[in-house]
Design a protein around this ligand. Structure first.
Ligand code: 4AD
Ligand code: MG
Length: 465
């Protein structure tokens, strides 16, 4: 089946030729002489108009061509008279692949709410909005691979099933083949995993970082790009139970180098969207978020602020003194809430912020400790309208310090011996970060809810589709 994609047809080079188009009917209107079909095949946000001269077709032939139906149209591509389109097709043959019943097709009308569209996530890719979002999603994935490939990183595949909790937050989904209806327990009431599939307790990974570090300490520069899973029961517009994370890990860099990479990488991705996804961005800008393109351009053009946590807390405390109200506390030692991050980024600086040197207690065990004994070299990137988009840090490369931290946090050693070996054999300074892919998608699309930037979201109590 040879076809021309609508994207190519609209470029105009094929005017004067007989072509074949295939796609889904967005609408059909007309009068008793002529019918106009707006056809979309997903290759672009734009529809092509198919002009059907009713002298050549019967009403019976046209009747099944309704909104949502899938057709093949053959005809001549011509310059268009109608305003707003450059070319159109004069049909000389039509074939219906699949009908869509007028009374039951869920995308009959325009202007459905995002909540409703989530309930029909199997069909929402056929809307303009989700077509734009998912094409952008593809392009951002390409941007990420391109950036790392061009900079000499190796794509390193880390396991999805693991026995270690990288972030130590206890938010893992267990993986087991045990019979849950008949669980054997030992004398202490503990479940015995020795007869489970892997012979030990395992779960879906929350991060590929620990294995990524093994890669970096051999190949120099690696990145991962894969799904991660968190059983955190946070029903927010920024959290998913299954999300994609990009985790570069680099040997022989320090905190400044790490921040330089974070900033350069994010700017590259946003610039890529501006350069490669103009039509889709323009649509999202016009329909949802009039400031979208301007916000993207601004991130590309401005230097990120680099702000130690302690200074950030001082700014927030000053703001409170000046009458600013926050829902959550923000004394030194507190984990910042999204409202604090957004205040710093959107109101105080008006720029993305890389926050550094967090209190040790609120960060993961692997972060490099500063000489003050209180802070660690974290480097999170905070973005306008998103809050935390990247979580990163220099890693503690000193065996004794790392070991002391693991013991203090009572992390089970039996699951960590291989990680500690990197610090026993040829340890090296190294650092890395994790970018939440869907947080980046929220930023580049201007969507308000993380459920709307992944085709089939997984959140508490929802695993449909
Ligand atoms: O800050 P996090 O927890 O850092 C790590 O996992 C490190 N191991 C990364 C590293 O240094 N290699 O998560 C990293 C990023 C966050 O900044 C956020 O963008 C995203 O992952 N993220 C989530 N995105 C969607 N839903 C969730 N539940 C998320 N949790 C984290
Ligand atoms: Mg984080």
């Amino acid at each position: 089946m040879k076809r021309t994609e609508i994207k190519e047809a609209l470029e105009g080079k094929l005017v004067g030729q007989q072509i074949t188009l295939m796609g889904w009917v967005r609408s059909r209107r007309g009068n008793k002489n002529v019918s106009f079909i707006a056809l979309n095949d997903g290759s672009t946000i734009k529809n092509i108009q198919i002009v059907v001269d009713l002298q050549n077709f019967t009403e019976e032939q046209l009747k099944p061509i309704t909104t949502g139906s899938c057709i093949k149209a053959e005809g001549l591509l011509v310059e268009s008279m109608g305003k707003g389109q450059t070319v159109e097709m004069q049909a000389n043959a039509l074939h219906v692949f699949g009908t869509a019943d007028v009374d039951t097709y869920p995308l009959q009308k325009k202007g459905h709410t995002m909540e409703y569209l989530r309930e029909i996530a199997h069909l929402r890719p056929r809307t303009n909005t989700f077509g734009a979002v998912f094409r952008l999603r593809h392009h951002m994935a390409m941007a990420i691979h391109t950036y790392f490939h061009q900079h000499g990183y190796f794509y390193f595949h880390t396991p999805l099933i693991t026995a270690s909790d990288c972030e130590g937050a206890g938010q893992m989904f267990q993986v087991t083949t045990k019979n849950l209806y008949n669980l054997k327990k030992d004398q202490n009431g503990q479940i015995d995993y020795s007869d489970d599939f892997f012979g030990k307790q395992t779960a879906l990974t929350v991060s590929g970082q620990l294995e990524g570090e093994l890669g970096a300490l051999a190949l120099g520069k690696i990145y991962t790009f894969g799904p991660t899973f968190r059983a955190e029961n946070s029903n927010t517009p920024r959290h998913l139970a299954e999300f994609w994370m990009i985790e570069p890990e680099v040997a022989f860099i320090d905190k400044t180098d790490l921040m330089d990479i974070e900033e350069d990488f994010l700017k590259f991705c946003v610039r890529w969207a501006l350069d490669n996804c103009q039509d889709d961005l323009q649509f999202l800008n016009d329909m949802f978020d009039k400031g979208l393109i301007e916000r993207l351009q601004k991130v590309v053009d401005t230097e990120f602020v680099r702000l130690p946590y302690t200074e950030g807390i001082n700014i927030l405390q000053q703001a409170i003194k000046n009458g600013k109200k926050f829902e959550f506390p923000c004394a030194w030692g507190d984990d910042l809430a999204s409202e604090h991050e957004r205040y710093l980024v959107e109101e105080h600086f008006g720029k993305p912020v890389i926050m550094t040197d967090y209190p040790r207690e609120i960060k993961a065990f692997y972060m490099k400790q500063n000489a003050d004994g209180k802070t660690v070299q974290g480097t999170d990137v905070l973005f306008p309208s998103i809050g935390e988009i990247i979580g990163g840090s220099v890693r503690e490369e000193d065996y004794d310090k790392l070991m002391a931290e693991i013991e203090a946090r009572q992390i089970p050693m039996k699951d960590m011996w291989w990680y500690l070996d990197t610090r026993r054999f040829g340890s090296a300074p190294h650092a890395g970060f994790g970018l939440g892919f869907e947080r980046l998608m929220l930023f580049v699309t201007g969507m308000q809810n993380i459920r709307d930037v992944i085709p089939f979201p997984r959140t508490p109590k929802t695993a449909e589709f």
